[in-house]
Design a protein around this ligand. Sequence first.
Ligand code: UD1
Ligand code: UDP
Length: 382
Amino acid sequence: MKKPKVMTVYGTRPEAIKVAPVLRQLAKSPNFESIAVSTGQHREMLDQVNQMFKIVPEFDLNIMRPAQSLNMIFSRTVSGIDGIISATAPDAILVQGDTTTAAAAAIAAFNSQVPVVHLEAGLRTGDITEPFPEEGNRKIVGQISKLHLAPTAASKENLISEGVCSEDIVISGNTVIDALFIAKNWKVRFTDERLEAVRRAGSKIVMVTTHRRENIQDMKNIGRAIARLAKDFSDVVFVLPAHLNPKVREKLLPWIVRFNNVLVTEPLPYNEFTQLMTRSTLILSDSGGVQEEAPSLGKPVLVLRKNTERPEAVLAGTVKLIGTNEDSIVREARRLLTDKEAYNTMANAVNPYGDGNAAIRCVRALGSMFGIDERMADYCPL
Ligand code: UD1
Ligand code: UDP
């Protein structure tokens, strides 16, 4: 019998990290032919991850242009994926998460009557404006998918409340935890010598990442808050691996670059970034992936957003939503840097997002979709 051909489409850094364990598992499986397609929505930040996980996509649409609109990303992706569908005739297309790449590739698959498989399905804030455009993207993909690979029980519940049939949903755990387990085995030396010096000095580190579109007008608040904290805590090094979006850099960096204890770096390779998280005392971030990774490393995260589609670590107490108000950021970070009890209450290693077997569950679920394998038991946190 001909093996089903599964085409995995991804385009940004977090998608690459989260599909990497699935691509590895597909490559190991005797059941499938696997085709990896990069849209290249990101370039340098995507290539870093592909190199790290030794993934060479069969196709690369190379669509990234500086500061292009969401509609340009969308239309380039739809037409590029359309061509690859015609050339390769896949039996299923797997997309990850909520990016423009994911939504556009899913629409291209749907229009060509190729079944859509959604990895990291069912995350919702319930607010279509935040995160923008991600909440809309994942709802669109959720409407047209045949198989929903939901990371947690709560994400499955979200899908059921939108009318998705329970039998079409598998609770897989999040593949980001599989990626973290893989990264743990890699040797790390920081390529930025300034970070190596921080490591050698054993300094206390606060890590900051921010890039959300809806936060761009608030970058000034975030920058001013980091500046105040850097002034007050001269023994702490604030490390900021800066996203390559020029709008983020323009609005944020002028507030912080003049401080000796603020270290702005280029985007870090995944192994270095996870190492930096491990060595940090505290993390301030608006990233989705960081909210999932840091809890399993026992690192408190102050989330620079008003809401989150990842409530599990908030409920577990390791993650706190603080928004982007300057005073709130300073107050919350100061509390965790000075109040040991408050810090210890948050610094619990909890792992509501996965057990490292998410990718196997996903590939087995794909097999069951084609009637050639059986699903594994749903992921359930310990
Ligand atoms: C995208 C995703 C977001 C995800 C984020 C991860 C959408 C709508 N948003 O947002 O969900 O959290 O990726 O980082 O899909 N750039 C480079 N080189 C790179 C990457 C980006 O120069 O390797 C610059 C380009 O000027 C680009 C800009 O960053 O135009 C923004 O990139 P884009 O993919 O449009 O959106 P992100 O904000 O990165
Ligand atoms: N990450 C990385 N290098 C960096 C910053 C982040 O490898 O300099 C990783 C991080 O470990 C996480 C993912 O990128 O897995 C998160 O990406 P991002 O914050 O860009 O997107 P989001 O998760 O918010 O969609």
